[in-house]
Write a protein that binds this ligand. Structure first.
Ligand code: SF4
Length: 199
């Protein structure tokens, strides 16, 4: 078929108009379509959270349906990771849920620890303890270590410090939390104080 230059432009314009009309009708159908009950986000709630693994403090979005976690992904609005998660953070979902080897179903992770655990001196096994016991045990050890190593004077000068305890803050702590940690450490006589953010 021979097309004049004018005929070519006319044919092109008609084809373009036809495709636009099809596109618009498809879009209006999509807008008018009822919500698909099987749509993967139906009946889900989203909660923002922080990755629990390293001190990077990446933000995540946890999707929940009927009280159960169904997805964890990076939070694109979080200033630290802007939606990314490293492989460790991306595997956070498996802290709570795993795929059952036999049935292929998603089940609660039977290995998940929900209480503090301790391996006492000389023991080969871990045992579960209460939060109260864990906190009291840590406080007792910090106080005992500080008291046993406290130096009041050196060369006749008052120094009041312990060389036996150090404090390394994490990047997940904000300025106010770091301020409180600093105050607490100084009150114990700790001088080896640093933060991951500085490093
Ligand atoms: S996602 Fe990775 S880098 Fe980010 S906080 Fe978690 S472990 Fe750290």
């Amino acid at each position: 078929m021979q097309l004049t230059r004018r005929g070519f432009f006319k044919a092109t314009a008609l084809a373009f108009a036809g495709s636009m009309a099809f596109e618009l009708s498809t879009q209006s159908e999509a807008l008018a379509a009822p919500v698909d009950a099987n749509w993967k986000l139906v009946n889900t709630e989203e909660y923002t959270n922080i990755c629990c693994y390293c001190s990077g403090g990446c933000g995540s979005i946890v999707s929940v349906r009927d009280g159960e976690v169904i997805n964890v992904e990076g939070d694109p609005d979080h200033p630290i990771n802007e939606g990314c998660l490293c492989p460790k953070g991306a595997a956070m979902f498996q802290l709570r849920n795993v795929v059952d080897d036999e049935t292929g179903e998603i089940i609660h992770n039977p290995e998940r620890k929900t209480t503090p655990m301790v391996r006492r001196p000389g023991a080969s096994d871990w045992e579960e303890i209460s939060w109260e016991e864990a906190i009291e045990g840590i406080a007792r050890r910090v106080k005992d270590t500080r008291d046993e190593t406290f130096v009041e004077t050196e060369n006749g000068i008052t120094v009041n410090y312990t060389p036996a305890i150090g404090s390394l803050g994490g990047s997940q702590q904000n300025s106010e939390e770091e301020y409180l940690i600093l105050k607490m450490m100084r009150s114990l006589g700790v001088v080896a104080i640093d933060n991951q953010a500085r490093v």
